[in-house]
Design a binder for this molecule. Sequence first.
Ligand SMILES: Cc1ncc(COP(=O)(O)O)c(C=O)c1O
Length: 361
Amino acid sequence: MDGPPYYFAAGPAVLPRSVKLRIRDELLDYGNTGVSILELGHRSDAFLEIVDRSCSRLRALLEIPDDYSVLLLPAGARAQFSMIPLNLAGPETAVDFVLTGYWSRQAMNEAARYCPVNVAASSEADDFNSIPSADSWKLDDNAGYVYLTANETIKGVEFHALPDGIRRPLVCDMTSSILTTPVDVSRYGLIFAASQKNLGTAGLCLVIVHRDLLGRARPETPVLFNYARQDEMNSLMNTPPVVSWYVMDRVLDWLQQQGGPAAMAAMHEERSARLYRCIDDSGLFGNRIAVNCRSRVNITFELHQTALRDTFIQASRAAGLLALEGHKSAGDFRASLYNAMPTAGVDALIDFLRDFETRHG
Ligand SMILES: Cc1ncc(COP(=O)(O)O)c(C=O)c1O
């Protein structure tokens, strides 16, 4: 049965219950190998089968064209903040950033250690509660790439459409939105997403990169961070997090059975709209994000009566609604509703908010 409790954490995040049961059943003896997945060697046939199968599942689910490489790299999403400039920009090549929140700013600060960075657009003056309209972006036709964050996980700010006419390779952090909606991969030079939200558990970072962008790494790029070298090695240059890879494969299998990103998009559309409506209709709760860029998967809200904060958290925990605290930099509350969050969890949250308001509003 799907909960409660419901776990609304932003990542590591909820896994599908059926996947957890399958992991439990497979834990002691993976695929009749006689060894546990916790022990399985990364050069074993059984693990190489997991690698091939999961990459095929990713290609099918995201309709990744053949001229893109699929890499699974170490050190989470943050490592990409340095790998991307090291692989795609020379020390003199300026790159364009569209700043829409904490993660795009972090990525820009890191890139600035390697190459000149331009702020092509920023919503900082609006406290990152919106996305700058595309006609205000000042893109440089010579930029090495244009960098976007598809979904800013902390405040819950999401691009719902990609602006047209971007002439430089587009690099996009999809850590919190990958596989929650179909994506036209061919519009991007590089997409990346850490695994701990919609791809399973922490430990891997998916990088989908156009093959034309391979082979440009600076000589000083650490070999483990070199996309072309990792591509040649099938992402197995060093010992990968075997368990994370296995969990990802099981999550992708589950996702294929659910109907993939198109089915997820319909689900997210419907249930996030209901939760935002509940917040908007309330006199006690509010959401500050501009309506046209509200995230479907990280929904933030605040309590107008801040004195009720601790009461809210205690009562929500008692109701089996876990990890609703917002990120330390944003205060407030946040419900992360990734693919694996059962819709019953969203229903329970909406009922709880209404009930809390009746009692305390
Ligand atoms: C959009 C986004 N980018 C990057 C990161 C950093 O991910 P990691 O902890 O895997 O480095 C996060 C983490 O939550 C994120 O939400």
